[in-house]
Design a protein around this ligand. Structure first.
Ligand code: NDP
Length: 272
């Protein structure tokens, strides 16, 4: 099976590259990966040509502008990468009849309710969430596509790593009191590998168990026996974009479907 991974230089892309079996076609933008192709998602004609020429059986679109604050500032770019590019990926997928897996986010929700189900109504509170919602809408215009919504992806970067490094340096951590469903990129990649076999379509939530950043930071502090303090805060200094307060995802559908433990905090923290 030929599998195209966009964003192969990102957290999820790197993990997919080591977990997936088959002939992998890896693409990156600014950070080169070995054996990969440079493909800028903002160059739509090149994007469509590349997909049609390579004729993958499966396309996993992990590439995205993921910096939530940057998306609020560089709106045009965020729109092109997170939304418009997906329209072109869909166009090319149709031509070659590829199965498309598109990665989306818990930030499509406003965070007032928490434990969101797949069928709950999205209502993004920032530009990142809005562009990602448009991206999933484009993906879902194609019958043979699966949108995976996930949350707080970490491993090569992300909140748990920041907490660990900061506490180890003897500095205090300010942790947001809001909730989400963090997952290690490794665990997420393993679920994607399993999901390919099912060829499911529609939307599925794949994420970790609901936890607040503060509770998670305390867990990491205790787990590694780190002496510095964790403080619970209402907002984090330097944030530009608004954050949903509780964007945690209901994962009962994916838990039923998949055989691996991708959700428990302890299991995920093994792959930090
Ligand atoms: P990363 O930020 O680690 O990586 C982003 C990837 O997108 C990189 O490979 C980057 O390439 C690529 N990319 C960015 N702009 C372009 C462009 N113009 N053309 C081509 N490629 C581009 O992302 P993650 O692996 O953490 O996230 C994977 C997916 O999960 C994304 O769709 C994201 O929206 C979603 N998600 C992530 C969350 C998180 O906390 N990180 C939470 C919820 C959902 P390069 O580095 O080479 O420039």
């Amino acid at each position: 099976m030929r599998i195209l991974i966009t964003g192969a230089s990102g957290q999820l892309g790197l993990e997919l590259s080591s977990v997936l079996k088959g002939e992998l076609i890896k693409t990156f933008n600014t950070r080169e990966v070995q054996g990969g192709y440079r493909l800028d998602l903002e160059n739509f004609s090149q994007l469509e040509d590349f997909i049609i020429k390579k004729r993958p059986d499966v396309i996993i679109n992990t590439a995205s502008m993921t910096d939530v604050d940057k998306c609020d500032v560089e709106r045009e770019r965020a729109y092109k990468i997170n939304a418009e590019a997906v329209k072109h990926i869909v166009r090319a997928s149709r031509v070659i009849e590829a199965y498309l897996i598109h990665i989306s986010t818990d930030y499509v929700f406003d965070g007032q309710k928490g434990l969101y189900k797949e069928e709950d109504l999205p209502n993004p509170v920032n530009y990142y969430g809005l562009t990602k919602l448009l991206g999933e809408t484009y993906a879902l215009t194609y019958d043979d596509s699966l949108v995976i919504r996930t949350s707080g992806v970490f491993r090569h970067k992300g909140f748990p790593l920041y907490v660990y490094k900061t506490l180890r340096e003897g500095k205090e951590v300010n942790a947001f009191k809001g909730y989400y469903s963090p997952i290690s990129a490794r665990k997420l990649a393993e679920t994607v590998a399993e999901l390919i076999g099912f060829r499911k379509t529609g939307i599925i939530h794949i994420a970790g168990e609901r936890i607040s950043r503060f509770e998670l930071a305390i867990k990491i502090k205790e787990m590694f026996n780190l002496p510095s303090e964790v403080r619970e805060v209402d907002e984090v200094k330097g944030w530009i974009a608004k954050r949903p307060f509780d964007s945690s995802l209901d994962i009962s559908k994916s838990k039923k479907l998949l055989s691996t433990d991708f959700y428990s905090i302890e299991e995920n923290l093994k792959y930090m």
